[in-house]
Ligand binder design. Sequence first.
Ligand code: SAH
Length: 248
Amino acid sequence: MIYFIGAGPGAEDLITVRGARLLAQAELVIYAGSLVNPALLSYCREGTRCLNSASMTLEQVIGELAACPQKAIAVRLHTGDPSIYGAIREQMDALDRLGLRYEVVPGVSSLFAAAAALKAEYTLPGVSQSVIISRMAGRTPVPQRESIRTLAQHGSTMALFLSAGMLSELCAELMAGGYAPNTPAAVVFKASWPEQEIVRGTLATIAGRASHIRKTALVLIGGFLGDAYEHSRLYDPSFSHSCREAET
Ligand code: SAH
């Protein structure tokens, strides 16, 4: 059986219990070496064949997974959660064409490790109830209707992947889309890794402050990083809900 496993954001103990158990049983592990912490391979037993996919093509990855005996456990280890910029669809489709079975084990996305590092809540009452996950167009295009400038019009919480190397352009697009220059912004580099770094600022200042960070970072934008918000009604004494009557 083949398993696509979310490795989590980096820290070895942020993989799921299920993911770690499968690694311990795996005969073959193909890991995304540019982002997956190699320390995670210490969950594997001795003799597990570990391949770094950074230097492999899609065909080579599929070839290796397909060559692993069906009874054995083969793991394709992706950073964070595989559903976010994980390029797993093309792998799953290739396995479907070969009639090979697979399962997906979710992981902790860097989206959530970054929020934890910032000790922030993305969906802050009175500020934003939506999170836009996107990226700047680079060598990989983004549909025009999803340009940063267009998405910025919502003024919601934004989490930008794969864009730290284009921070000045990104901030310019966000402001052109309608965010005020004093909108709070943060860059989180290698969330949950020992070398994690947080840079805070505003759309006007963050590019200058975080210019040394070029990759493996998330850019977070929005009022959720500021001080003004409303309390949740869930714990409001004057608000009734299915588990609690309002105090009179
Ligand atoms: N599937 C992954 C994302 C893969 S795309 C996930 O769910 O996190 C690679 C991008 O993810 C990087 O360019 C960076 O923007 C972000 N990223 C991955 N790991 C990160 C980490 N530990 N801290 C901050 N950003 C990270």
